[in-house]
Design a protein around this ligand. Structure first.
Ligand SMILES: NC(=O)c1ccc[n+]([C@@H]2O[C@H](COP(=O)([O-])OP(=O)(O)OC[C@H]3O[C@@H](n4cnc5c(N)ncnc54)[C@H](OP(=O)(O)O)[C@@H]3O)[C@@H](O)[C@H]2O)c1
Length: 288
């Protein structure tokens, strides 16, 4: 019997959780897709029967937002069916489940006001729709579930921060969209929130992001400045950057419920970013 089991153990959140649990000597198992494909119901049941965890975290997801527009079945197989498989297995074994969802379940027209857990959803992309379906299947499939919506994650894996650093080292000028606003969030901070809420057994739906909001352009400028790189960052509109999947113009999440239940306030995104850059520099150098 172990304390924690995480699906998607090789992803950004999976790795961050490993760090949290290792740090305090908890017994856990982080499973890669090769070890347990969540779209395989029987495989999921078998790993739960084998490891008998107290808490399962589903950090596995189909996260390629643009590719999902044409890879619809695969996105739904992982984000909806896979989420349901994990939820049903947790229900069967009487295990607590923490499932992760996204700000892209919102349409993005709540401009100026953070989205709360009660706000109406309206995903515009295949990724967002498949994640919303996953939320619903988890909530119906497992009574002891915590669903956490998060956004703009960066940790140990491919992400926006690393892309900007790589580009800013190669190019003197970058263009980044300035009409989509959200909340950059450290995977390490999200892992802390997952750990905190699961420890409280606080079942329900929550929003967790780092504090404050910024556009992708503002985020890119902050990254370049924190790295001390000379590249110029220029703002463009989404219309100038044609991408297959539409993104919400405003997907700022309100974390009031998380703050009340956990008693903790998420760190400002700039503080978390500075720490990530200070600690992750070796990895970033290696990437580029
Ligand atoms: N990244 C973001 O900006 C962001 C924003 C909002 C919400 N989220 C949500 O936050 C959660 C964690 O995201 P992340 O950034 O850590 O994602 P990530 O780095 O892309 O990791 C996802 C992991 O899931 C694994 N996976 C994919 N399909 C699987 C399957 N069928 N069975 C088992 N594992 C599978 C992947 O394995 P492979 O490495 O083998 O592909 C990968 O290790 C996800 O639910 C995501 O939707 C992310």
């Amino acid at each position: 019997m172990i304390q924690y089991l995480v699906f998607g153990g090789n992803g950004q959140l999976g790795r961050a959780l490993t760090g949290v649990w290792q740090g305090r000597g908890a017994e856990f198992r982080a499973l890669t897709r090769a070890e347990a494909d969540i779209s395989d119901r029987e495989a999921v049941r078998q790993v739960l029967a084998k490891w008998r965890p107290k808490v399962v975290v589903n950090a596995a997801a189909y996260t390629r937002v643009d590719q999902a527009e044409t890879d619809v079945d695969d996105a739904w197989r992982v984000n909806a069916l896979g989420a349901q498989n994990v939820a049903l297995a947790c229900q069967e074994h009487g295990v607590d489940l923490v499932h992760i969802s996204t700000d892209y379940v919102f349409a993005g027209n709540n401009i100026g006001r953070g989205y709360s857990e009660e706000d109406q959803t309206g995903p515009a992309s295949v990724y967002g729709r498949s994640k919303l379906a996953g939320e619903r299947l988890v909530a119906h499939g497992c009574r002891r579930s915590i669903i956490i919506r998060t956004a703009w994650l960066y940790g140990d894996g491919p992400n926006f921060v690393r892309s900007i650093v790589r580009l800013a080292r190669r190019q003197s000028q970058l263009t980044v969209v300035d009409d989509q606003w959200g909340c950059p969030t450290s995977a390490a901070d999200l892992a802390g929130a997952v750990d905190r809420l699961s420890g409280l057994g606080a079942y329900g739906l929550y929003h967790f992001v780092n504090d404050g909001q910024v556009s992708w352009y503002g985020f890119a400028r902050a990254i370049v400045a924190a790295m001390g790189l000379p590249a110029e960052v220029r703002p463009i509109s989404s219309d100038e950057l044609l991408r297959p999947a539409p993104r919400p113009a405003w997907s700022v999440l309100d974390t009031r419920l998380y703050r009340m239940v956990s008693g903790c306030r998420p760190r400002p995104w700039r503080v978390a970013l500075d720490e990530y850059i200070a600690e992750g520099l070796a990895e970033v150098n290696h990437d580029s």
